[in-house]
Structures are given as C-alpha cells and as structure tokens.
Ligand binder design. Structure first.
Ligand code: ZN
Length: 322
C-alpha cells in the first residue's frame, strides 16, 4: 500500500515536472537561443562588415566630395563657357540686322565705295565684295555692308596683358599695335584707380561661323540673324577691337558701363591711346549697332582724337554711310 502511494506521488511529481519543463524551461531555452542568434558571435566579422560599410559610406562620401570638387571644376568650366556665351550674346547683339543697312553683296565690284575722307585708302575686295587683304589700315571699316572674307586672318596677333573675367583663350588676342595700345590704356586707367581689362577681343571667322550656325540650327537662319552676326560681319575678326569691362559692373558687358566710373574714364580717355567707343549712344542708325560702351576699336591716335572731338562715328569720319 505504501509503495503504491509513493509510486502515485512519484508519477504526480513527474507529471508536474513535465508540465514545468514544457511551460517554462523549454520555451525559455528556445527564447534564449533565438536571442543569441541576433547577437553577433564573438568571432564574427560584423565589426569588419560595419567597418566595410563605413568605408563604403566614406568612400561614397569621398566620391561625392570628389564629385563635388569635379562639379565645381565643371562649373567653373561651364562658367567660362557661360561667360563666353554671355559675351557672345552681347557681341551678337552688335551686328544686328538692320534692313536699312542690307545691300546686295556679290555684284562683282573689285573696289569698295570710295570714302569721302581722302586720307582713306579703300580696301580691295574679292568677287563676293569681301575684304581679303590684311593691311595696316587702322581705319578699316567692317560691318554688315563691309564684310571680311573667310580668309581674312591677321598674322600679328598677340595676347593682351590686361584681362578680366574668364574667357576662351582664343579671344585674348589683338593685332600687335592695338594690343600694345590697349595695355597702355589699361595701365593709365589703373594709375588713376580704374581697373579695366578685356573680356574678349579677336574672334576668328570660324568661331563666329560656329556661333551663328548654332543659333541657326536652333532658331532658323533668318531668326538667328536677328541677334547674331553672320561670319565676316563682326568687327572682332579684324583683331582691332575689344570688349572691356571693370569690377563696378561685375565684369559684365552692359550698357550700365557707360555710367560706371571706369566706363566714363574710358569714354573720355580712349582716344589718347588710339581707341574710339565704336558704337556710341544715339548713333545706332549710322553704325547699325546698339549702344556698346564696352566695345573699343583701335583706329590710331590721330583719327581717334578727331572722332572723339567731333563726336562722330567711324562711318562718319570715313564718309562711308552706305
Ligand atoms: Zn565687341
């Protein structure tokens, strides 16, 4: 009997033990096991993985930084292009189409119209009525009705020392005599506290052709010619003119330059160095160009002084108003 009671108690104990094990020990064990799985093993490479991730992130960041740096470089490059384009836009606003100035070119004439000024020797023209020969005639007239040929290319171009802003290297040149006088003018201005330098000067035929073609492709040739010069019709191809600017107008080519201290100095002193403001205010109907206080043209000191004193244009000085 006693033995049976013990057996019964034992069974009861075992049952309780089983229940205890089922209800608490095994689940706890399982939970413990699961939680362990979420922790990194002591010998795991998690740190390395994190380090890798960090390095990757740093590498990406570094790449990003490099990209930023590159972007800045690219931006500055774009800036140069932008500056050139801005200049081009301004320059292209010079030689605009003025139907009154359009003439038939290609008549076969071999000599340009005789100027009223007896001191001026008319340039010889090719069969298309274009000026081909580069001479030391500083009074050369170039506009829509007096274009340069594709082959017109000065051989005495030198780099102008006084430069401001960024611009394409190809446009830093002028013919030697003009460049030397321009630098002398800029130095004289500097001595009086005015910083003046060129943004762009010489522009080859091919460059202007590229600009015009680009506009023509985008807007059509007729529309392009409303705001862009056809190649050969830009005075910049002579190597005798430059677009100058100064800090007070943020180195832009703007009509505000005419009211700026440097622009005023330029208008009052350029003739002393053989330059004229080529497209004065109020003379648009004669020059065919809008007012451009930044565009100076070398004509030599004698002519520049007369043009300045009389308040006239190059066309009027030459007596060529066709
Ligand atoms: Zn210009």
């Amino acid at each position: 009997m006693r033995s049976a009671i013990v057996t019964t108690r034992t069974k009861h104990f075992l049952r309780r033990l089983s229940a205890f094990l089922l209800l608490f020990i095994i689940p706890l064990s399982l939970l413990s096991s699961c939680s362990k799985k979420e922790e990194p093993p002591a010998d795991s490479s998690d740190d390395e993985a994190v380090a890798d991730l960090c390095e990757t992130s740093e590498a990406e960041f570094a790449d990003g930084a490099n990209n930023s740096a590159l972007s800045e470089e690219a931006d500055s490059t774009v800036g140069e292009d932008k500056a050139v384009l801005e200049i081009d836009e301004n320059l292209n606003s010079e030689p605009e189409e003025d139907s009154n100035l359009q003439v038939e070119i290609g008549s076969g004439d071999a000599v340009s119209p005789k100027p009223a000024n007896p001191d001026v020797v008319p340039p010889s023209l090719n069969e298309n009525g274009e000026i081909t020969e580069v001479t030391d005639n500083w009074l050369l007239l170039v506009n829509k009705t007096h274009p340069l040929s594709e082959s017109y290319e000065p051989t005495d171009l030198i780099v102008v020392q006084h430069q401001v802003g960024s611009h394409a290297a190809i446009m830093r040149y002028m013919r030697q005599e003009a460049a030397e006088h321009l630098d002398a003018m800029c130095e004289a201005a500097a001595e009086e506290g005015h910083e003046i330098g060129i943004r762009t000067a010489y522009r080859p035929y091919s460059y202007q052709k590229g600009i015009f073609n680009d506009y023509a492709n985008r807007y059509g040739e007729e529309e392009a010619n409303r705001f862009s010069a056809r190649p050969g019709q830009s005075e910049h191809q002579t190597g005798l003119c430059a677009d100058v600017t100064s800090p007070s107008v943020d180195y832009k080519l703007t009509t505000e330059y005419g009211k700026a201290p440097e622009g005023i100095w330029l208008a009052e002193n350029a003739h002393r160095f053989g330059f004229i403001i080529r497209y004065p205010l109020g003379k648009e109907d004669i020059t065919g160009y809008q007012y451009e206080p930044w565009h100076v043209r070398y004509v030599g000191e004698e002519a520049a002084a007369k043009i300045y004193e009389q308040g006239i244009t190059l066309e009027e000085y030459l007596g060529i108003l066709d």
